[in-house]
Design a protein around this ligand. Sequence first.
Ligand SMILES: C[S@@+](CC[C@H](N)C(=O)[O-])C[C@H]1O[C@@H](n2cnc3c(N)ncnc32)[C@H](O)[C@@H]1O
Length: 226
Amino acid sequence: MATHQEIAGVSDEDLVNRMISSHTDRFDDVFWTFFQEQVEPNLTDPPIMVDLGCGPGLLLRDLRQRCANAILHGIDVTKAMIDYANNKVEYQGEKPQYSILDVANDDLPFSAESVDLVSMVAVMHVLSEPLPVLEKIQKVLKPGGVFLLQDWIRTSLPQYLERMAGNVPPEQMEATRSAMFKLFPSHNKYTTDDWLWVLEQGGFRVVEHKQLRSPHFCTFVCTSKG
Ligand SMILES: C[S@@+](CC[C@H](N)C(=O)[O-])C[C@H]1O[C@@H](n2cnc3c(N)ncnc32)[C@H](O)[C@@H]1O
């Protein structure tokens, strides 16, 4: 299974920087209003929240800011991401607990039915098999807990390139387009209906799904069917 970095032909540090530079745009007021309406009512106190494929830890930083007593965990397979999250990010309160793990091959280090929220942002599409990972998530979620999946949805090549490379300075255009051509197949793997089917097959009930900011990205709020 190729990593994001291998597909795009970028270094771990490049991916760290891309995730950081796009974070504020991706987690804007529209996202947090949606989160407040759709996710927060399902959390117990204090909530246990896990970000799988947490990258540089900025979502957990924001969750700490919103919820001072949350118990936060971040998991990522890339050491450079965890190093950044552990050593470079400033948290308003207790730092999340970070672990280097491969969600496809390792067990999740949480007890059964212990977690209020599992979040996964722009990670699942790169895994060759989503169903075994969904099974692991099901196992650790509390009854009534939420799996918040945010991931790429299929779109046309011109729309994709326009969105991803349309605003870069002319001198960066060629390199950016080249990276985007390489990423296009993995970002265009699933339609919204494919995701809904995968989640249903994985034992989840999708209570809401919405394209919050981009025609290429969808947010799914799921609870366990069982
Ligand atoms: C596109 S980045 C998204 C990072 C972060 N979720 C964000 O939105 O800023 C994908 C992340 O998933 C991680 N990842 C990919 N495959 C993984 C796996 N099998 N187990 C754990 N993390 C994984 C990568 O290391 C990378 O940090």
